[in-house]
Structures are given as structure tokens and as C-alpha cells.
Write a protein that binds this ligand. Structure first.
Ligand code: APR
Length: 363
């Protein structure tokens, strides 16, 4: 954690000190823009008002020769003036400043430039950042670049095994064996905020502005921009689902849903509401072409839904959805946090996702 924090702190201090360089390295960072503008201005000073495009556009400059182009440009400032106008003292100061800055840049080691390039100009820790801009940039990054922005440790999908029964189930199968669907199911015990997948589901409340439990963990991991985006969604009704970016989380998106609150016992309306949560989250995922989704045990914490009844709603809804949309989803992960929930899923999964009997040995 200390390493993560020092890395994060380094990332923050570095981005503050030298300006931001786009992650793709294809945009002039702010300090190079400044130097090129300075060189441009000093060229005007040398040549009077004639406006000639001297400097390479601050568009795509390869990092390796970036400083060279700037220093060439500053040299050409002088040569192109052809002595037409004797530079006055102020201009001499400007041109030498450009030269010095270009030299400083040249001294930056490639690894520092590379490290600076690796740091997309995003600050996910600040309330004042623009959530729309951050969300757009994160969506356009490849996985390697995005991993530099995670605010928590991550677990890649390939580290989450497909579920396989650990013993003989005491429950009669409620569905036919379908090995294609069985390959889409995982049970993960741990913190849902770590999962590097397309979308994690949040067991939120109607405000969508954060809370305790898994809701609190997701907002803490994502950072302040998640709440800023949620605040634009006008809340969420029980059973509904709304999607946002995931910001500092390894997941690409968060699908927020509000489970039913159970006061005494589970009635038809509570069961239907919980079914709607799972169905609408899956539907929101496939509508956004997301193929890997994780669910916490919605409503079974603060909201008091008995876990042994909730597990049947979760497994039935996911099984029905996958039967109707087998090609739209690659993996559904039941993320359990409590040992008791893990045991419940292990016990009930064979009834909803029965395995074929293993081939009889020929011996
Ligand atoms: N990762 C995965 N599961 C988690 C995590 C986590 N980091 N933290 C808690 N859980 C589990 C809990 O153990 C429980 O099994 O999520 C399940 C849902 O519990 P809650 O988070 O309490 O959610 P819920 O019962 O739906 O109540 C929602 O609680 O946190 C507030 O703002 C939230 O008001 C909303 C209410």
C-alpha cells in the first residue's frame, strides 16, 4: 500500500511539476507549447509583424526528436531573420530562453520522458476535475495506460476461474445441463472493486450519492468523480439500473442498482424488485456491449434480504437471461464477500447451472 501511495504521490507531483503529457505522447505538453509559443513570438519580434508559421504545429511531435525540433525552430528563428532586423536586447533574451529550455528538455532522460508520457493528463483524485473529460479519456485508453490510473490493486479476468462444483449437490437440477452457459459463470470471494472487467454492479441507494457497504467501497475506490457523475442522474428507483464510468477502479463501468428493503419477510413485490435489479443490470450491460459483469449480493446487507432467498433470485435471473442471450455475455461473476455467502452459492449453483456427469473412465 505504501508503494502504491508513493507511486500515486509521485504521479501527482510529477504531473504538477512538468505539465501534462498525453498518454499517447501525441500532443505537445504544456511546457513545450509554452516554448514553441515563445519561439513563435520571438520570431515575430525578429521579423516584425509578418506572421509566418515557423514552428511545427503543437500537434503530433514524436517525443524522441521533440526537443530537437524546438531547438531547430529556435535556430531557424535567427537564420530566417537573415539579419533583416537587428534583434534588440529583449528579443535576444527571449531567443536564448528558448535555447536554454530546449537544452533542458534535451537533458531529460528518455525514461523520464517515457514516464511522463505514461501519465495521462488526468487527475482522478480531485473534485474539481471534469468528470466528462476524464470519462472520455479513460474510455479511449488501452488497458496498459488505464492501469496507470487505477486507485486500487486489480485482479485481471484471467485470474478469475470459471466455477466448477466442489462436490455433489444435494439439490435437484432446475435446468438442463448447458456447458456453454456453465463456462460463463464464476464465483469470486473478495472485494468487487478489484475486478478488472467491463462492469461491476453497485448495491446503491436511491440517491446514488454513495453510502456504506459495497456502495461505500465502490465510491472510495473510484474517487470523487463517480459521485459527480451520479449527481447528474437524478437518483435511481428500486429495481432500476443506471450506468456510469468507473474512474479510478479497474472496471470500465459501474452499473448502479437499488435493491428492495426487507422489513419483515420477503413478499412478492420484494422478490420481483430483486429480480428486476439483476435483470436490468444485465440488460444495461448488454445494451452497452459489455460482456463481463460482476454482482455483489444485492440487498442482503443493510437492506435485510435473507441471503438464502436472495441467492435463488440471483441465480434464476442470471440463468434465464443467459438462456435468452447466450451470445451477449462472456462472464457473469457472483462476487461474495462473506464466507456464508460463498457456501450458499456453492450449494445452490449446481441446481441452476448443473454440470454433465464426468465421462465414465474406460478402465
Ligand atoms: N465487495 C463485494 N461485496 C461487498 C463489499 C465489497 N467491497 N462490501 C460489502 N459487500 C457485500 C456485503 O457483505 C453484502 O453481502 O455486499 C452485500 C450487500 O450489502 P450492502 O452493501 O449493505 O448493500 P445492500 O444490502 O443492498 O444495502 C444497500 O447500504 O451501503 C448502503 O448505500 C447503500 O443504502 C445502500 C444500502
Amino acid at each position: 500500500m505504501a508503494f502504491q501511495m508513493s507511486k500515486l504521490a509521485a504521479r501527482v507531483s510529477l504531473s504538477k511539476s512538468v505539465g501534462f503529457i498525453s498518454s499517447a505522447g501525441n500532443r505537445c505538453p504544456s511546457h513545450l507549447n509554452f516554448i514553441s509559443r515563445l519561439a513563435h513570438r520571438s520570431f515575430h519580434a525578429l521579423r516584425g509583424s509578418a506572421s509566418i508559421k515557423v514552428l511545427p504545429s503543437p500537434g503530433v511531435l514524436r517525443k524522441a526528436d521533440r526537443w530537437e525540433k524546438v531547438s531547430t525552430a529556435s535556430k531557424s528563428l535567427h537564420s530566417q531573420s537573415g539579419g533583416a532586423v537587428k534583434p534588440n536586447r529583449a528579443t535576444r533574451v527571449i531567443v536564448s530562453a528558448v535555447g536554454v529550455s530546449a537544452a533542458v528538455l534535451a537533458c531529460l532522460s528518455t525514461s523520464t520522458l517515457h514516464a511522463m508520457n505514461a501519465r495521462p493528463d488526468l487527475n482522478l483524485d480531485s473534485e474539481s476535475s471534469d468528470w466528462k473529460e476524464a470519462k472520455k479519456k479513460l474510455c479511449s485508453m488501452d488497458k496498459e495506460k488505464r492501469r496507470d490510473m487505477y486507485r486500487v490493486d486489480f485482479i485481471p479476468l484471467e485470474k478469475i476461474p470459471v466455477w466448477s462444483p466442489s462436490g455433489v449437490s444435494s439439490h435437484e437440477p432446475r435446468y438442463k445441463v448447458n456447458e456453454e452457459l456453465n463456462k460463463k459463470i464464476s464465483v469470486f470471494t473478495g472485494d468487487i472493486t478489484r475486478l478488472e472487467i467491463d462492469a461491476i454492479t453497485n448495491a446503491a441507494n436511491k440517491t446514488l450519492l454513495g453510502g456504506g457497504g459495497v456502495d461505500g467501497a465502490i465510491h472510495r475506490g473510484a474517487g470523487p468523480l463517480l459521485r459527480k457523475e451520479c449527481a447528474t442522474l437524478n437518483g435511481c428507483e428500486t429495481g432500476e439500473a443506471k450506468i456510469t464510468g468507473a474512474y479510478g477502479l479497474p472496471a470500465k463501468y459501474v452499473i448502479h442498482t437499488v435493491g428492495p428493503i426487507v422489513y419483515d419477510s420477503v413478499g412478492e413485490s420484494e422478490e420481483q424488485a430483486l429480480t428486476n435489479c439483476y435483470y436490468n443490470c444485465l440488460h444495461t450491460a448488454t445494451k452497452n456491449h459489455l460482456r463481463t459483469v460482476a454482482f455483489p449480493c444485492i440487498s442482503t446487507g443493510v437492506y435485510g434480504y435473507p441471503p438464502d432467498q436472495a441467492v435463488e433470485v440471483a441465480l434464476r435471473t442470471v440463468r434465464e437471461y443467459l438462456e435468452q442471450n447466450p451470445e451477449k455475455m462472456d462472464r457473469v461473476i457472483f462476487c461474495v464477500f462473506l464466507k456464508s455467502d460463498k457456501e450458499l452459492y456453492e450449494k445452490m449453483l449446481p441446481a441452476y447451472f448443473p454440470r454433465g456427469s464426468p465421462p465414465k473412465s474406460k478402465l
